[in-house]
Design a protein around this ligand. Structure first.
Ligand SMILES: N#Cc1c(-c2ccc3ccn(Cc4ccc(CN5CCCCC5)cc4)c3c2)n[nH]c1N
Length: 239
């Protein structure tokens, strides 16, 4: 997968050299390039923002640098991903869809956002996805791109050592995961549940499913309500 990220703060993406994303870059699974938007400015001050038409707070990102940056970076198979407070909520399903694509271009806005004509011009020649991480306000798109890059990269073939991790994931299966434990068996007077040390894999699987259902019902009633009733035992169905 080829990924291009355009930002006025390219140093934000130094963490993408770490951990499994760094390994994916080294092995060639991920071809990542980070670009400084100011590369495509032409004035001495390398200006990327201006006052909003119609008034209002803050500044808006000028279209010219973005237009030239996207012209330089996109390829025929590229999809443009634009984090935005007004974007579609980003989900695990979106991560799976993006992980199937050949080329992602991320546009990181700042200030009050990017001139709308940049999005409209791009949408005339490539798929554009405006996404939001959630109902809270960030300073810009960079943090969102780091989150999306983690969610997408871990789905790429060969990145996660244990592919089983993907098949058992809750957001894929529609439930929250059960609690996890490791050694020592006793820690600060707290014990690992006996069932997990029983060696009875059927009993362990049932315990984990029960814990997932309890957690999901308590913390994510929306997910619980959407969970297919045919997947629930009679004892787990809410009245
Ligand atoms: N993904 C994601 C995000 C973002 C996000 C993503 C990209 C950019 C680019 C710039 N900002 C900052 C910003 C903040 C507020 C507003 C709204 N204005 C407020 C004042 C009155 C007018 C309207 C606009 C732009 C961004 C924020 N925030 N939250 C998410 N889940």
């Amino acid at each position: 997968m080829k990924v291009d990220i355009i930002s006025i703060f390219p140093d934000y993406f130094a963490p993408l050299d770490l951990s499994l994303i760094g390994k994916a870059r080294t092995t060639g699974t991920l071809d990542l390039t980070v670009h400084d938007l100011r590369t495509w400015t032409s004035d001495v001050h390398r200006t990327v923002d201006d006052t909003p038409y119609g008034g209002g707070p803050g500044m808006v990102m000028r279209p010219e640098p973005w237009g030239q940056a996207l012209d330089a970076v996109v390829s025929p198979g590229a999809t443009l991903v634009v984090p935005s407070p007004v974007g579609k909520p980003f989900t695990q399903a979106d991560a799976h869809q993006l992980a199937e694509l050949d080329h992602l271009v991320f546009a990181c806005g700042r200030y009050e956002g990017i001139d709308q004509r940049v999005i409209d011009d791009a949408a005339a020649r490539m798929p554009v996805r405006e996404v939001s991480l959630g109902d809270y306000v960030l300073f810009g798109g960079e943090v969102a791109v780091i989150v999306i890059m983690e969610a997408v990269t871990r789905l790429l073939p060969g990145v996660l050592g244990n592919a089983d991790s993907l098949t058992e994931e809750s957001h894929a299966a529609g439930l929250l995961e059960a609690p996890v434990y490791t050694k020592p068996q006793s820690w600060r007077g707290r014990e690992v549940p006996d069932v997990l040390r029983s060696g009875d894999h059927g009993r362990i699987a049932r315990w984990r499913r029960d814990q997932s259902l309890l957690r999901t019902a308590a913390r994510r009633p929306d997910m619980y309500a959407a969970y297919p009733p045919e997947n629930l035992d009679k004892k787990d169905r809410k009245a």
